[in-house]
Design a protein around this ligand. Structure first.
Ligand code: CA
Length: 227
C-alpha cells in the first residue's frame, strides 16, 4: 500500500518515510498543493497525510478539491494550528482524522492504519452501516430506506460513528463537532446527544447499536435482528 505525504518540511518528510517504512508502508512525497494535484491526477493512493501549512496554498484547498471530485481517499490532516476550529473545519471539509504537531510517529502510524483498515464504502457521500444511511450532503438520515428527521447535532454524532463504524470513535471528535455547531456545550453534551441518538435509532428500528467504550469513546456495531 502506498501513501502520499503532502508536507513541505524535508526533515519531517524523511522522518515520516522512515517511520512508515518500518510499518511496511511505502510513501511518495510532495511539498505543495500544486504538486499534489499533479500527482493525484495520475496516481491512486491508499491514504494521504496532508499538512495544512503549505507554501503555495492551504492544505484544505486540496482536500476540498478532492472531495468535490468525489475522491474519497482517506486523508489524515497534520496541523500545527491546534485550535479546535481548525480541526472542525478540517473534518467538515472531509478529513478523516487529524493529528496536531508535534506528534509521536507510533500515533501517526496507528491512525493511518486505522484509516487503511476501513472499508472503502464507508467514505463518500452516502455513509451506510447496517440499515442506517446518511447522505452527507443533504444531511438526510435513512433507516431501513425510510427518511428520518434527525436534528443537526444527533446527525453530526451519527456521521462520526458511521465514518468510524467498526472502530472506536474517540470522544474528542464528538466534542470538536459539537463545539463547532454551538459555542456553548456542557461537559456531558456528548453523552446527552449519544443518548438521544440511541433512542432515535432504536425507535426507528435500526439494526445498529452504539456502544460506550469507557474512557475512550463510542463504537457503532451491527446488531442481530431481534426476534
Ligand atoms: Ca508546513
Amino acid at each position: 500500500m502506498r501513501v502520499l505525504l503532502v508536507e513541505d518540511n524535508p526533515e519531517l518528510v524523511a522522518l515520516l518515510i522512515r517511520g512508515l517504512a518500518q510499518s511496511s508502508l511505502a510513501a511518495d512525497s510532495v511539498g505543495t498543493v500544486g504538486d499534489a494535484l499533479h500527482v493525484l491526477a495520475t496516481m491512486k493512493y491508499a491514504a494521504i497525510v496532508l499538512d495544512l501549512g503549505l507554501p503555495d496554498e492551504d492544505g484544505l484547498t486540496l482536500l476540498r478539491d478532492m472531495r468535490r471530485r468525489g475522491d474519497a481517499t482517506p486523508v489524515l490532516v497534520l496541523t500545527a494550528r491546534d485550535g479546535v476550529m481548525d480541526r472542525v473545519t478540517g473534518l467538515r471539509e472531509g478529513a478523516d482524522d487529524y493529528l496536531a504537531k508535534p506528534f509521536a510517529m507510533e500515533e501517526l502510524v496507528a491512525r493511518l492504519q486505522a484509516l487503511l483498515r476501513r472499508p472503502g464504502n464507508l467514505l463518500g457521500r452516502l455513509l451506510t452501516f447496517g440499515n442506517v444511511s446518511l447522505d452527507t450532503e443533504g444531511r438526510q438520515v435513512f433507516v431501513a430506506g425510510a427518511p428520518r428527521a434527525f436534528p443537526a447535532r444527533e446527525t453530526a454524532v451519527l456521521e462520526i460513528l458511521l465514518r468510524r463504524s467498526g472502530n472506536v470513535a474517540p470522544k474528542r471528535l464528538f466534542e470538536d463537532h459539537l463545539f463547532g455547531l454551538s459555542g456553548d456545550v456542557g461537559s456531558n453534551a456528548v453523552e446527552v446527544y449519544v443518548h438521544r441518538l440511541r433512542k432515535m435509532l432504536t425507535d426507528a428500528g435500526a439494526t445498529v447499536k452504539i456502544h460506550t467504550v469507557r474512557g475512550v469513546g463510542y463504537l457503532m456495531a451491527e446488531e442481530k435482528a431481534a426476534e
